[in-house]
Design a protein around this ligand. Structure first.
Ligand SMILES: O=c1nc2n(C[C@H](O)[C@H](O)[C@H](O)CO)c3cc(O)ccc3cc-2c(=O)[nH]1
Ligand SMILES: C[C@H]1O[C@@H](n2cnc3c(N)ncnc32)[C@H](O)[C@@H]1O
Ligand code: MET
Ligand code: SF4
Length: 371
C-alpha cells in the first residue's frame, strides 16, 4: 500500500503485477514522438516560506528569512515576461507558509490577505491583466485552496515526486505521498488540466518509480486531467550532493513513463536539468517551460537552454519543434478551461493574439530566448 493513502483517504492502489510488467520496459519498447513542444514562461517565486524541508531543495528559506513578492514586483516580473513574448506565468513557490513564518503572515495581513491562496488569486489577476496565462504549482493543496484559484489558472501542477517514503523528504515535516496523490485527485475532481511528475534519484528504487508512474496513470484514468508528466532528475546544489541519476537510468525511466501513460499525456524532461538530446528517442514529446527573462528559481545554477539549443535537440531527433501554451491544445477546450481563461485566449488584444498564434501555429513572433 502507498504510504499515507489511508491517512489522506485516497483510494489509489497499484498492483505488484503491473509494477513487475513495467519494470521490464526498456527504451527499445517505445516509439519516439513525432514532434517536440515547449512553453515560454516567466518564473514568479511568490514566497520562499515552506512548510517542508526537502533535503535536495535550496529554494526555501528558514523562518525569519523568507521573502514574499509584493504586488508591484509581481507586476514588474510578469510584464517583462509578456514583453518578451511569454505565454505562461509560472507560480512555483514554497508549500503553505504556516505559523512558523510570522513575517509572511504579517506581510500578507498588511496587504489585506488571510492566506497565500487569496494572495495567489491576486497574483494570477495581475498576470492575466499583463497578458500571461497563469500556471500555479503551490505544492500540496486542500480542495478549498485549489478551488480558490482554479478558475484563474490555465493549468496547475504539483510533482508527485515519488510514492516511496524517502529520507530526502526530511524528518517531521516530510512530504507525504498520500497527500500528494490527494492533491492530484482534487485537481481531477475540479477539472483542472494538471502537470505532475516524478523526481528521479532521491532515494527511490526502480519499483518505486514504476509505482509512482502507475499511481499517476490510475488517477488520470479516473479524471483524464493529467496533461503532462515531468521526469525530472534531481541535481546537485548547496544542499544536495547526492548527484543525479545516470543517463541510462533516465532513459529507462522516461521509457517506462511513455509506455505506461496514455497518448493524451505528454512526457517532459526539463532541458536545463536533463540531457534532453540523450533521452529524446525514449518517448519524450515536451521540453517544458523555458524562460527568456527569469532564472529557474528552484535550480538557479542550471541555465535555460536558448531556443537554438531546443531546436538542435529537435533536429537531432528529426522532428519539428513547436511552441505551446501552458495548457496543452487538447485541454484548451470549453470542457476544461474556465470562462476567464477562455476569454483571455479569445481576447482581441495583443495577448490574445499571441496566445492564438502559439496555439494555432506553434510559433511566436516574439524574440527568441537568449542564453
Ligand atoms: O522551471 C521549472 N518549471 C517547472 N514546472 C513548469 C513547467 O515546465 C511548465 O510550467 C509546464 O510545462 C506548463 O507549461 C513545473 C510545473 C509543475 O506544474 C510542476 C512542477 C514543475 C517543475 C518545474 C521546475 O522544476 N522548473
Ligand atoms: C519545482 C520542482 O522542483 C523540484 N526540485 C527541487 N529541488 C530539486 C533539485 N535539487 N533537483 C531537481 N529538482 C528539484 C521539486 O520536485 C519541485 O516540485
Ligand atoms: C519550489 S518547489 C515547488 C512547489 C512545492 N513547494 C513543491 O515542492 O511541490
Ligand atoms: S521542494 Fe518545494 S516543498 Fe520541498 S522544500 Fe523545496 S519548496 Fe518546499
Amino acid at each position: 500500500m502507498i504510504p499515507g493513502t489511508d491517512e489522506y483517504g485516497v483510494d489509489v492502489t497499484v498492483s505488484d503485477e503491473d509494477i513487475d510488467r513495467l519494470l521490464d520496459v526498456t527504451p527499445a519498447d517505445v516509439d519516439p514522438a513525432p514532434e517536440l513542444s515547449f512553453c515560454r514562461n516567466v518564473f514568479v517565486p511568490l514566497t520562499t516560506a515552506c512548510r517542508y524541508t526537502c533535503t535536495y531543495c535550496t529554494y526555501y528559506d528558514p523562518p525569519g528569512q523568507a521573502t514574499l513578492m509584493s504586488p508591484e514586483e509581481i507586476r514588474e516580473t510578469v510584464r517583462r515576461g509578456a514583453d518578451a513574448g511569454c505565454t505562461e506565468a509560472l507560480f512555483t513557490f514554497g508549500d503553505d507558509p504556516d505559523d512558523r513564518y510570522d513575517e509572511i503572515h504579517g506581510q500578507l495581513e498588511e496587504w489585506g490577505h488571510e492566506s497565500i491562496h487569496t494572495y495567489l488569486r491576486e497574483a494570477c489577476e495581475i498576470a492575466l491583466e499583463e497578458g500571461l496565462l497563469p500556471h500555479a504549482n503551490p505544492g500540496d493543496q486542500t480542495r478549498e485552496q485549489m478551488g480558490e484559484v482554479a478558475d484563474l489558472n490555465a493549468s496547475m501542477g504539483v510533482m508527485l515526486e515519488t510514492t516511496a517514503e524517502v529520507q530526502a523528504h526530511g524528518g517531521p515535516r516530510a512530504k507525504n505521498p498520500g497527500q500528494r496523490l490527494r492533491t492530484i485527485r482534487t485537481a481531477g475532481e475540479l477539472d483542472v488540466p494538471f502537470t505532475t511528475g516524478i523526481l528521479v534519484g532521491i532515494g527511490e528504487d526502480w519499483a518505486d518509480r514504476a509505482e509512482s508512474l502507475l499511481a499517476i496513470r490510475e488517477l488520470d484514468e479516473r479524471y483524464g486531467h493529467v496533461q503532462e508528466v515531468i521526469v525530472q532528475p534531481v541535481v546537485d546544489n548547496e544542499r544536495w550532493h547526492g548527484g543525479s541519476p545516470t543517463v541510462d537510468t533516465l532513459r529507462r525511466t522516461v521509457a517506462m513513463a511513455r509506455h505506461c501513460l496514455p497518448e493524451s499525456v505528454s512526457v517532459q524532461v526539463p532541458p536545463n536539468l536533463a540531457p534532453a538530446r540523450e533521452v529524446v528517442d525514449c518517448g519524450i514529446d515536451d521540453l517544458g517551460g523555458v524562460s527568456p527573462v527569469t532564472v529557474d528559481h528552484v535550480n538557479p545554477d542550471y541555465e535555460w537552454p536558448g531556443l537554438d539549443e531546443l531546436q538542435a535537440v529537435a533536429d537531432h531527433a528529426g522532428v519539428p519543434l513547436r511552441e505551446r501554451l501552458p495548457v496543452y491544445d487538447r485541454y484548451a477546450t470549453d470542457e476544461w478551461l474556465s470562462d476567464r481563461i477562455a476569454d483571455a485566449i479569445d481576447a482581441p488584444d495583443t495577448a490574445g493574439e499571441r496566445f492564438r498564434t502559439v496555439r494555432d501555429h506553434g510559433t511566436n513572433p516574439a524574440s527568441v530566448p537568449s542564453d
